[in-house]
Design a protein around this ligand. Structure first.
Ligand code: SF4
Ligand code: SF4
Length: 370
């Protein structure tokens, strides 16, 4: 099923870097901008590898592979300001095709991963989304759909909540805040109301009601240049707020820091927040987060089949490279090579280790977040 630009009518927080043809659309420019920030006086001068070594991790390597993450592409019905993917309705070309989707399943069979995490963009817009879900569920994997909620309101997805519920797919849905103003300021006017409507549909399909097979997880991120708050207190506040004001429910909340890449990087730079935010991330480096970093238990596949340590490295075009210098591809996944690789790091990694830490699964330690 192909998707036309006009069909994607979601709210707009901004427009994609690519559509504006700005230099920062190039990942190498993003890395250069991060590197150019003067962090003299910050711990280890803002050198992430030195911070790791000082914390007792001279070499960041993988642990047991648990999560096979598939990023099907950058197509999305929204253009949120904080998006680390740079996704939007104009990113039609970068979409995983069937051949690559099938290669993902063959590769999955070679791993011991128990979870398949399907992301994008809005992954549901990919023509192979249902194939990936069906095949993964058929292999006994726990499947996660990283859903932006508003996509569920597209007419063709009316039945999708029930379809996902029948397959026990976990929905991890992004919603920056339980108050309308905060969510709309980041994701675009109308996002909040559309999201509440989508949560109602998910609740009607059995999600958010305490059934562990139909788990609805809300994923929140700060609306500004500060770190995610305490996950447990946010969860309490959000559950009460959403139930009281809108009569909708969810099962758990995960809190993520905003990564200083892509559109959030652009926003930081444009508002004079880049240096203070990086200083904050570096100052709040928390060594207790290192063992749980998602690059250690996750393998991330891009829409064209290349392999990465994580979704953030994917967006910065920092792929896993074999000993022969070739970029590794899902078509020739080799367990030994994957297990012995050195994880590619950079200044952006401070986003994962600051405060309570941050990963696709939420915070990484019970440490103070602010
Ligand atoms: S943050 Fe998510 S919903 Fe928003 S533009 Fe990016 S991929 Fe789409
Ligand atoms: S961005 Fe985070 S998850 Fe990715 S390599 Fe760096 S520390 Fe690991």
């Amino acid at each position: 099923m192909s998707t036309s630009h006009q069909e994607l009518v979601g709210p707009r927080g901004t427009t994609s870097l690519r559509s504006r043809a700005v230099p920062l659309a190039e990942p190498r420019r993003q890395i250069a901008l991060l590197q150019a920030v003067d962090l003299e006086g910050s711990p280890h001068g803002g050198n992430f590898d030195e911070a790791l070594a000082h914390a007792g991790h001279p070499r960041l390597g993988p642990a047991k592979l648990e999560i096979f993450q598939i990023n099907v592409g950058k197509l999305c019905n929204m253009t949120c300001k904080h998006c680390h993917v740079g996704a939007g309705p104009d990113r039609i070309e970068e979409q995983m095709d069937r051949d690559t989707a099938e290669a993902c399943m063959r590769a999955l069979d070679k791993t011991e991963a128990h979870t398949v995490d399907i992301t994008g963009g809005a992954p549901e817009l990919n023509a192979n989304f249902s194939y990936l879900v069906e095949e993964s569920v058929g292999r006994g994997k726990h499947v996660i759909d990283r859903c932006n909620l508003t996509v569920l309101l597209l007419p063709r997805f009316r039945e999708l909540p029930d379809w996902l519920a029948e397959r026990d797919v976990e929905i991890v849905a992004s919603l920056p805040h339980w108050r309308r103003r905060n969510t709309d300021s980041q994701r675009g006017e109308g996002t909040f109301d559309a999201s509440i409507q989508a949560i109602r549909r998910l609740n009607a399909a059995g999600y958010g009601r305490g059934d562990s097979r139909k788990r609805l997880t809300l994923m929140v991120n700060p609306v500004g240049a500060f770190l995610a708050g305490s996950q447990s207190s946010l969860e309490r506040e959000w559950k009460e707020g959403l139930e009281r004001e809108h009569r909708v429910r969810f099962d758990r909340l995960i809190a993520l820091n905003n990564m200083p890449i892509s559109r959030f990087l652009e926003w930081l730079d444009a508002t004079g927040n880049l240096r203070p935010y990086l200083q904050l991330l570096v100052r709040k480096f928390n060594s207790a987060t290192v063992s749980g970093l998602m690059c250690r238990n996750t393998l991330s596949v891009s829409w064209d089949g290349r392999l990465f340590d994580c979704d953030f490295n994917q967006m910065l075009e920092l792929p896993i490279v074999g000993s022969d210098g070739r970029v590794l591809n899902v078509r020739d996944l080799d367990r030994g090579t994957i297990a012995s690789r050195r994880i590619v790091t950079g200044r952006h990694c401070y986003g994962c280790t600051a405060g309570a830490g941050s990963s696709c699964g939420g915070s990484l330690s019970g440490g103070a977040a602010s």
